[in-house]
Ligand binder design. Structure first.
Ligand SMILES: Nc1nc2c(c(=O)[nH]1)N[C@@H](CN(C=O)c1ccc(C(=O)N[C@@H](CCC(=O)O)C(=O)O)cc1)CN2
Length: 285
């Protein structure tokens, strides 16, 4: 079987084109979506992601502010900045880049972000609305997974989806979103006894466990859609997903690569959330 390679880069470009057009229309009404990104410390990967978010704002016509704070910034100082951004009219979305240094309580910071500006979709109110199926800002990576499947023209409704991983950021929300799209969802995690047997029943297999190349062809049903959310930096410096791509592509019907699969969708969905938030702030949508 020759698997379709699902390009997150290509889907991302399509979505960004649509966002750029909408932003141009809003500008005609005097509305410019604004995103504030806050980075604490000098984590090299976080610095790259923040630069990419700043570039996305520039490319798509958003107003952007990047607040680069030193690693010894206190929790109080960070909370004061979030409070200021919550009240700043030109800002529609606030994102605090994770992970934060150990002396800062991540939960406290996320809870301090205004629910309406929480473009990461991490605030407990947005998470709760996702659980009960109400409208909310959706977490970017899980929302990106759903967009990727749908825009590739693959069916979700009525399919058996198996999600490997139960993190708050990916596994849990992606399971809820697949269920919302009428998939029947099975969740697996590190204590699941018969993971291989369950995974092999999946029409759609989403993997987010943080273990490089863990899932090979022996976990995959012939023709299944395989979505790899893993991003593991190997000693060689190369990036690897949680799925052994070379092995998995021999049996799957469609598969995302790493890099170039789910990753590029994360920032694009962030821009989409910021646009949505800006429209809502002006009584549109
Ligand atoms: N506040 C947040 N912090 C973090 C999030 C998040 O969604 N919100 N997610 C990750 C990092 N992240 C965005 O912040 C992110 C990770 C990866 C990519 C991406 O495009 N990956 C590329 C490969 C990039 C590379 O070579 O390193 C790909 O997979 O093709 C975008 C965004 C943790 N923190």
């Amino acid at each position: 079987m020759t698997a379709t390679i699902i390009s997150g880069k290509q889907v991302s470009e399509e979505i960004r084109k649509g966002i750029t057009e909408e932003v141009a229309q809003l500008k005609g009404q005097g509305i410019v979506p604004g995103l504030a990104v806050v980075l604490v410390g000098e984590d090299p990967a976080s610095q790259v992601y923040v630069r990419n978010k700043e570039k996305a704002c520039h490319d798509l016509g958003f107003y952007s502010e990047v607040h680069r704070l030193s690693a010894d910034t206190s929790e109080e100082e960070l909370l004061a900045l979030v409070d200021r951004l919550n009240r700043q009219m030109s800002i529609n979305g606030i994102l605090v880049q994770l992970p934060l240094p150990g002396h800062i309580d991540e939960k406290k910071v996320i809870n301090a972000i205004s629910v309406d500006k929480d473009v990461d979709g991490f605030h407990p109110v947005n998470v709760g609305n996702l659980v009960i199926g109400d409208d909310s800002l959706l977490p970017c990576t899980p929302a990106g997974v759903i967009e990727l499947i749908k825009r590739t023209g693959l069916e979700i409704s009525g399919k058996h989806a198996v999600v490997i991983g139960r993190s708050n950021i990916v596994g849990k929300p992606v399971s809820l979103l697949l269920q919302r799209e009428n998939a029947t969802v099975t969740m697996c995690h590190s204590r699941t006894a018969n993971m291989q047997e369950l995974a092999k029943q999946a029409d759609i297999l989403v993997v987010a466990i943080g273990r490089a190349n863990f899932i090979d062809a022996s976990y995959i049903k012939e023709g299944a859609v395989v979505i790899d959310v893993g991003m593991n930096r190997l000693d060689s410096g190369k990036l690897a997903g949680d799925v052994d791509f070379e092995s998995a592509k021999e049996v799957s019907g469609a598969i995302t690569p790493v890099p170039g699969g789910v990753g590029p969708m994360t920032i694009t969905m962030l821009m989409q959330n910021t646009l949505l938030s800006a429209k809502r702030a002006h009584g549109l949508n």
